[in-house]
Every structure is written in structure tokens, then in C-alpha cells.
Design a binder for this molecule. Structure first.
Ligand SMILES: [Fe+2]
Ligand SMILES: [Fe+2]
Length: 142
């Protein structure tokens, strides 16, 4: 049976912590995403079968979609000036290859979890933190 193997390019990510935004709900969601990535790493390290991996990646995609929808909603309703670029980054990620398995040069199926973690860590620093800064500095009028 073909197995999916993890790309071993980066193994140090398990010590990686995503930057904190200061918005509790979003930080909780980021932690949830990281937990799922760690769970994925666990099964991939032992050579998960492709069906299970696809199912886990699909779950992770759903979690990303829900998380992005939450951020998009907050930015839109509060008139965040960087909304368009941030929204576009979310869309590009969902349409891109990071939630898909890949073939290496030997034709072996694998999955590059390191690239996914790098993307998320970079996205939080570059997009989520400035957004959170704005949202915290411009509280809702209630
Ligand atoms: Fe974001
Ligand atoms: Fe985020």
C-alpha cells in the first residue's frame, strides 16, 4: 500500500510558537491550527495511508476556512484599511498547493508540513498582527 511520508526538510518546527496577536479568540484559533499540524506530523512520521492523510488535510482546510472567515469578518465590519490585501492572502493560500500532497523526484508521495508551518507563521507576523493592532486600537462602538 502506498504511504504518505513527511518532508524532513524541517524538523525543528515543533518548538515553533506562532506570534501572539493579543486577540484571544484568534490566538486560540491559531493554537488550534498548530495543534492540528502537530497531530498531522504524528501520523505522517509513521507513514500514514493516503486516505487518512487526505481526510486530515480536508479537516485542516475546513479549520483554516473558518478561521479566515472570522478574520475577514472582523476586518470588514471594522473597516480595516488593509482588508483587501489580507483577504487576498487568505484566498491565495486556499487556492495554493500547501494543503495538498506532493510527489518527490523519485515519484514518492509526500507532504511538506514545514512549508505549511512557515506560511502560517509568516502570515501571522505579516498580516494578522497588524490587523490585530488596528482592531485593538479601534474598539467597536457599543
Ligand atoms: Fe489572516
Ligand atoms: Fe490568522
Amino acid at each position: 500500500m502506498p504511504v504518505i511520508i513527511l518532508s524532513h526538510k524541517k524538523l525543528s518546527y515543533k518548538w515553533l510558537r506562532f506570534a501572539v496577536t493579543g486577540i484571544e479568540a484568534l490566538d486560540r484559533q491559531h493554537q488550534g491550527l498548530l495543534d492540528r499540524m502537530n497531530a498531522l506530523k504524528e501520523i505522517l512520521t509513521h507513514g500514514a495511508d493516503p486516505e487518512e492523510t487526505q481526510a486530515r488535510l480536508l479537516e485542516l482546510r475546513t479549520l483554516f476556512e473558518q478561521h479566515f472567515a472570522d478574520e475577514d469578518q472582523r476586518m470588514m465590519t471594522r473597516g480595516f484599511p488593509g482588508f483587501a490585501a489580507h483577504f487576498k492572502a487568505h484566498q491565495a493560500f486556499l487556492e495554493g498547493p500547501l494543503l495538498q500532497t506532493i510527489m518527490d523526484v523519485q515519484g514518492q508521495e509526500g507532504y511538506d508540513l514545514g512549508a505549511l508551518i512557515d506560511w502560517e507563521a509568516g502570515h501571522i507576523s505579516r498580516f494578522d498582527r497588524p490587523m490585530a493592532e488596528y482592531l485593538l486600537a479601534n474598539p467597536e462602538n457599543e
